[in-house]
Design a protein around this ligand. Structure first.
Ligand code: ZN
Length: 358
């Protein structure tokens, strides 16, 4: 770990104790929800919006490959440009451009999911939702301890974002939460227990924080660990309707499926086989889909159940995930993992059989 990063981390940890209280958006209509805690957080949304706009603003931007872009049919449906409604004043435009330039120079080559620096920034911003500044100039508890240049650009971009894009982003986030809340209330606890049983572990004691954002990453949602936090896009078509419940539990499974990953590694080592890179990920796609399928098929979007079943297609099938090189995994999962889900095999046997068939 490099020294500047160490200092950066120390600042974070030192300031974590003075963090402002976070505001949730799930309590008002449906009462407290089990399992998840939803946030429509101003700073986290601003951060993701700047990252997204900086990454995609210019076609001549050589640092951005098509591979990084979300598939076109799933692109966020909100206009990404602040010009879409009221035009920016020249001063607003200058401030916004300065922030975009800073993000272009410092962050767009880094990955929101894999770069520690960006994970720490996202987590830290989430803890300062109640603050209208990040420098602590007006209120000491609102010193987020971020690098000075980042604090500066976020603070100059904030009034521009608040005046133009934030109202529609916040509305989209809150609407998304309202749509998924009945399903989480009805099914959340049962699903979390079932998944924890399958992975032979315990579901996290604390509710999992979900940052609902107009933009997340190219996958439409991502999860970071320690602390376990999910970021999900409210405007990505892959996360709409009842399917949102599957995405939430798939993402949360990233935090509890380590047992299966370790079991795969153990079995591979015993058999002196190379460790298949994504089998565990295909497995959590498969498992979440199969666990959700009967629940959604029997439940209406408003959380009620009237006995009339509609077929539910799991995310990985709907989005063609297995066709991107995971066809072999799907066969293994259907043949050896499904019997375990059906109670006809043990966890250890299922993993052993999958690995020996690799
Ligand atoms: Zn995943």
């Amino acid at each position: 770990m490099s020294r500047p990063l160490t200092l950066f981390l120390l600042c974070f940890f030192a300031l974590a104790v003075t963090r402002a209280s976070a505001q949730t958006v799930d309590g008002s209509v449906y009462g407290p929800l089990p399992v998840f805690e939803f946030h429509s957080d101003f700073w986290v949304n601003l951060h993701h919006t700047l990252y997204q706009e900086a990454k995609f603003r210019a076609p001549q931007n050589s640092q951005t490959s098509d591979r990084d872009k979300p598939p076109s049919k799933n692109r966020p449906t909100l206009k990404t440009s602040p010009y879409a409604k009221t035009p920016l004043t020249p001063a607003e435009q200058r401030a916004w451009d300065e922030a975009l330039n800073y993000y272009s120079a410092n962050y767009i080559d880094k990955d929101l999911l894999f770069t520690t620096e960006l994970i720490l920034i996202k987590n830290q911003l989430g803890d300062f939702d109640g603050c209208d500044e990040l420098s602590g100039r007006k209120k000491k508890t609102c010193d987020a301890g971020l690098p000075a240049n980042l604090t500066h650009v976020l603070e100059i971009a904030a009034p521009v974002y608040r005046a133009h894009e934030w109202p529609s982003h916040d509305l989209a986030n809150r609407r998304w939460v309202l749509r998924v809340a009945p399903l989480v209330r009805e099914q959340g606890l049962g699903l979390s227990q079932r998944l924890a049983d399958i992975y032979q572990t315990k579901w996290p004691k604390d509710k999992i924080r979900v940052d609902v954002c107009a933009y997340a990453n190219r996958s439409g949602a991502y999860t970071t660990l320690e602390p376990l936090r999910v970021t999900i896009s409210s405007t990505d078509t892959r996360n709409e309707g009842a399917e949102a419940l599957e995405v939430l539990f798939h993402e949360a499974s990233h935090g509890i499926a380590d047992t299966v990953q370790q079991a795969i590694i153990r079995e591979c080592r015993q058999r002196e086989k190379p460790i298949p890179r994504d089998l565990w990920h295909a497995l959590i796609f498969y498992t979440t889909g199969e666990v959700i399928r009967p629940v959604i098929s029997a439940t209406n979007a408003d959380g009620s159940s009237d006995g009339s079943e509609t077929a539910y297609t799991p995310y990985a099938i709907r989005e063609g995930i297995y066709q991107r090189g995971w066809d072999g995994y799907l066969k293994l999962l259907t043949q050896f993992w499904q019997p375990y889900l059906d109670g006809k095999s043990t966890f250890d046997d299922a993993v052993a059989r999958m690995v020996s068939a690799l």
